[in-house]
Design a protein around this ligand. Structure first.
Ligand code: NAD
Length: 397
């Protein structure tokens, strides 16, 4: 009989969009990988009880609760998975860390830098480990870019261009928490730019040292108030209520920046970039080569080798599905049998379980200290946009 592995009881708080992604990750991870600890889907928690038992049964959660504090203090739980609106990350994560749990928290780390700082302080004192779901690090092409840069394949980095463009937020979408600064912290900045800030910090291994200018724009200033539950997507299923409320976050966020070893960078995030359903990606140009990637073709990483002879020099499209060569690919299918969005969470769950067991992740997964650096950039971009001036990162602590 196979030796029984140590188990890890997981409780997830929040049953919206990210709940489906994480639940799928926790369900699938031991089917495709061989994690050193086995996750057990112990409890699903949400503040709304309507349909909660059915949702839990669908994914294999053994228990449900509407009281997050009780869940956190349940001695049977080992890891708290936080997938709720951003303003709730800090109170839940801090309570969980004080209770000795591991915490896997959704991004951005918090809705404000001061909450993020408190989370970081709690993490430093805690016995439990921390993880943040910057899930695009789980895309094999993104992880391959990280490895290639580390191996010196593109030389010294001169240019970084990041973008994350969506188009779901037209006038028909009601005033969900994502449009309220008190609940979300910011709009496309913390929602979308946060991902490409994390992605480019991860790939380049460099930090942003200055925001030289930024724009934050809100095109739709008022939206219908909403009622009831969200349905598990970004905007579908949201129900309009009576009256209108003010939108207090940005629909679009653009900024220019400098990286620590001299590269210059541009970032653009948008919720109303018509024609772009979810176009995230980067282009990174170095002295010896270049890399580019877009989520719509998520298996592919384009590489330009500038060291070869001019006769054959050009872009190569790498299909990042070869086990042993591309991070995470060995767990899935034969070459060229591509994986999708949901697999990135399974990949991240695997690295997280390795870290819990004291083993090396496949590629680095951000902890609270790492995600705090991205949060500092979000803060600096907010200041640069509102004050219309450059902001040195050293002034944002
Ligand atoms: N990694 C990614 O790519 C990605 C993508 C989307 C969202 N996110 C992040 O995930 C988090 C959740 O976003 P979402 O899209 O799943 O939101 P959502 O609105 O779909 O779901 C949030 C859930 O939290 C529940 N909730 C609210 N208050 C609660 C409370 N006090 N106790 C228990 N449950 C409560 C809501 O009822 C809802 O079911 C956010 O931080 C967001 O930024 C990350």
């Amino acid at each position: 009989m196979a030796k029984r592995k140590k188990t890890l009881n997981v409780a997830m708080i929040g049953r919206g969009f990210m709940c489906r992604c994480h639940s799928n990750g926790w369900t699938q991870v031991a089917r495709f990988f061989d994690p050193p600890v086995m996750p057990v889907m112990h409890t699903l928690c949400d503040k709304f009880s309507e349909g909660l038992d059915d949702e839990a049964a669908k994914w294999g959660w053994q228990n449900t609760s509407t009281d997050w504090k009780k869940v956190i203090h349940n001695p049977e739980i080992d890891l708290i998975d936080i997938a709720v609106p951003n303003y709730l990350h800090a109170p839940m994560a801090i309570e969980a860390l004080k209770a000795g749990k591991h915490v896997a928290c959704e991004k951005p780390l918090a809705h404000t830098l001061s909450d993020a700082r408190k989370m970081l302080a709690a993490a430093k004192k805690a016995k439990g480990k921390t993880f943040v779901w910057y899930s695009y690090r789980g895309v094999p092409a993104v992880a391959t870019a990280y490895e290639m840069v580390k191996a010196g394949k593109i030389g010294k980095i001169r240019h970084v261009r990041g973008l994350f463009l969506q188009s779901w937020a037209d006038e028909s979408v009601p005033l969900a928490w994502r449009f309220d600064k008190k609940l979300a912290g910011s709009g496309s900045l913390g929602d979308l730019n946060a991902h490409i800030i994390d992605m480019t910090r991860f790939i380049t291994g460099e930090e942003i040292v200055e925001i030289t200018g930024a724009i934050g724009e809100t095109f739709i200033k008022e939206r219908k108030k909403m009622v009831g539950l969200v349905a598990g997507g970004i905007a579908e299923g949201l129900k309009k209520g009576k009256g209108k409320g003010r939108v207090t976050v940005d629909d679009a966020s653009l900024f220019l920046a400098r990286f620590s070893r001299g590269a210059v960078a541009s970032f653009e995030a948008a919720r109303q970039a018509t024609g772009n359903l979810s176009r995230s990606g980067f282009e990174i140009d170095g002295t010896k080569g270049a890399l580019r990637y877009y989520f719509e073709r998520m298996a592919e990483l384009d590489y330009f080798d500038a060291t070869g002879d001019w006769q054959t020099r050009g872009w190569t499209t790498i299909n990042c599905s070869h086990g042993g060569s591309h991070p995470y690919a060995d767990a899935w299918w034969p070459d060229g049998h591509q994986i999708g969005y949901e697999h990135t969470f399974t990949n991240a769950a695997y690295s997280t379980l390795r870290l819990v067991a004291g083993k090396k992740p496949v590629v680095p997964v951000p902890d609270f200290a790492d995600a705090y650096e991205t949060q500092r950039v979000l803060e600096a971009v907010g200041i640069a946009a509102s004050k219309k001036r450059a902001v040195k990162m050293s002034s944002v602590r």
